[in-house]
Design a protein. Structure first.
Length: 341
């Protein structure tokens, strides 16, 4: 009787593990997770919270199409992160079925396809999404505990790299001059944002933090790199955020990236506060506490390693789709928006 009972329990356990493996359908390889093809209609990749209708709440249906003949295609996947700004997301269609869904170490996800036919193919994502504006002003009066410098989140997001020279004595000295005697990390971040708003103008060109500091100018990515470098240099964890928005509009609008660029991709930042979490800030805006427009996040992190034959070893952000060699910029990308009442 004891052996029969043990065999029954063992059999049930094995069956449970098989079902769990089939439902997760993922393997770990080279530091990133590969989610094998099991994309279904209405799939939501992450649990979503109960919606609290805050300022700027709006629900959308989005049809996102990339048209290319490339043999390999990577598309950064809009996904739920922490309920700040992007409240929920669910996919209604992903076609053709991806070969895999890749998840990089920091959580950025990419759909991956191969097309060896040589013919143009349309890659389509249809999703429902709920968005609000960003407002971090509630953190102003918080007295934060000290950072735990042994935590992964601290170590990972205070490092120096090629674009974010947080270990530069020049960047550290400037950051210390800007913050003066201020000790609160939120207020330090606000002071640095104000200085950048007053002193760093928009100028496309080199995007590494030191170059932007020297010429006092940069595009959205360059400004993000400098802001992150300033914060990291004084011990505040920070990273880039990238995604889709509609420039000049508080709500998302239909548009195309090629040939007319009537839709927009953007890079901004977020910094980490103990007992609060991540706080999104746009160094390209004159307003620190609020981002009063809807944005769909496609990546977070400054040293994204996609793997899987990706054309660049490490990238500081991901928003545009990629082909075998580079970002897809000269082939049709369409972004169709429907407001849901």
């Amino acid at each position: 009787m004891g052996k029969r009972k043990f065999s029954l329990i063992a059999g049930i356990s094995i069956l449970f593990l098989l079902i769990l493996a089939m439902s997760v359908n993922a393997v770990i390889a080279n530091g990133y997770t590969i989610f094998l093809p099991m994309i279904v209609k209405d799939k939501t990749f992450d649990p979503t919270p109960t919606i609290t209708q805050t300022v700027g709440y709006q629900k959308y249906k989005i049809e996102y199409e990339i048209e290319t003949s490339s043999s390999r295609v990577w598309v950064p996947a809009p996904r739920f992160w922490d309920g700040k700004g992007l409240q929920s997301i669910s996919y209604l269609e992903i076609s053709p079925e991806p070969l895999s869904l890749l998840r990089e170490e920091s959580g950025t996800e990419l759909f991956y396809w191969e097309n060896n036919s040589g013919n143009v193919r349309i890659y389509r994502l249809i999703l429902k999404i709920e968005l609000t504006y960003i407002d971090i002003s509630s953190a102003y009066r918080i007295i934060f505990p000290v950072y735990n410098e042994d935590e992964y989140i601290y170590k990972k997001n205070t490092e120096s790299d090629e674009n974010i020279q947080a270990n530069s004595s020049e960047i550290y000295s400037m950051a210390k001059t800007i913050i003066g005697d201020e000790k609160n990390p939120y207020r330090q971040a606000k002071l640095i944002h104000k200085w950048m708003s007053d002193n760093i103008h928009y100028e496309p060109g080199d995007r590494d933090a030191l170059s932007v500091l020297h010429k006092r100018g940069g595009d959205c990515a360059g400004k993000a790199h400098l802001y992150i470098a300033f914060l990291r240099s004084i011990g505040i964890p920070a990273r880039s955020v990238a995604g889709i928005h509609s420039p000049g509009s508080s709500i998302l609008q239909s548009g195309v990236w090629f040939p007319d660029k009537t839709m927009g991709y953007h890079v901004w930042t977020e910094f980490y506060l103990p007992d609060y979490g991540w706080a999104q800030v746009d160094p390209g805006s004159s307003t620190f506490e609020k981002i009063n427009e809807h944005r769909i996040i496609t990546s977070k992190g400054t040293d994204i390693k996609v793997g899987h034959g990706f054309p660049i070893d490490t990238v500081s952000w991901l928003h545009l789709p990629y082909n075998t060699h580079h970002q897809i910029e000269n082939e049709p990308i369409r972004f169709n928006v429907t407001l849901i009442q």
